[in-house]
Design a binder for this molecule. Structure first.
Ligand code: HQG
Length: 175
């Protein structure tokens, strides 16, 4: 399977597991899992292709365990992922488009349609996240140590993305 096909399949799988399971006739359990067999039938993907996407996905977006699959993060549907609160590194990063900066400076980072604000452990990752947007990329630093001290709860997804409810503007800076 070539790279393009893998990306296409990964996007469809993400759509089904994060945002619109109903569109594929699927129901996720409360933690976001669905049986692999059911998932493959619903998306009309064969097992070998599925295994390839899961194994080679550049961000390890999918977890497979006990015959079930789920997305590690990124949901807009309600799920309880069950990650334990975790102590973040002192600084985390957020990559976004330069055009969002003014609004972010005014109101902080909001989670939008997703469950959490997504933060990256390093600038390079944040840059890749921000590059999904049009135009120039901006990297913001997040004073995670101060946030944690002030009682904000952080989670780290299975695939290394840091999650938090919101980032008030006073914790934001520039690298
Ligand atoms: C922006 C991808 C204006 C925020 C990535 C972002 C990530 C504001 C956008 C994961 C704002 C939300 C999540 C404010 C936040 N004013 N804009 N006050 N607060 N924003 O896609 O972080 O490839 O929901 O900066 O790698 O871009 O899907 O979040 O640009 O890990 O696996 O609102 O999605 O992973 O966009 O990306 P998103 P994100 P996958």
């Amino acid at each position: 399977m070539d790279h393009r096909r893998r990306v296409t399949l990964s996007k469809r799988m993400s759509l089904a597991l994060r945002h619109e399971p109903g569109r594929f006739g699927l129901t996720l359990d409360p933690a976001g899992w669905v049986a692999v067999d059911e998932f493959l039938a619903a998306l009309r993907i064969d097992r070998a292709d599925f295994d390839t996407v899961v194994a080679l996905d550049d961000k390890h977006r999918f977890a497979v365990a006990d015959g079930r699959v789920r997305a590690n993060q990124g949901h807009s549907v309600t799920v309880e992922l069950g990650y334990a609160p975790a102590r973040p590194p002192a600084v985390l990063y957020h990559g976004t488009s330069a055009t969002a900066l003014e609004s972010i400076r005014a109101t902080g980072l909001h989670r939008g349609t997703r469950h959490h604000v997504h933060l990256s452990p390093d600038e390079a990752t944040a840059h890749r996240v921000g590059s999904r947007r049009r135009g120039a990329v901006t990297i913001l630093t997040v004073d995670a140590a101060a946030m944690a001290r002030d009682g904000h709860v952080f989670y780290r997804s299975e695939n290394g993305v840091w999650l938090v409810d919101a980032v008030p503007q006073r914790y934001l800076g520039e690298p």
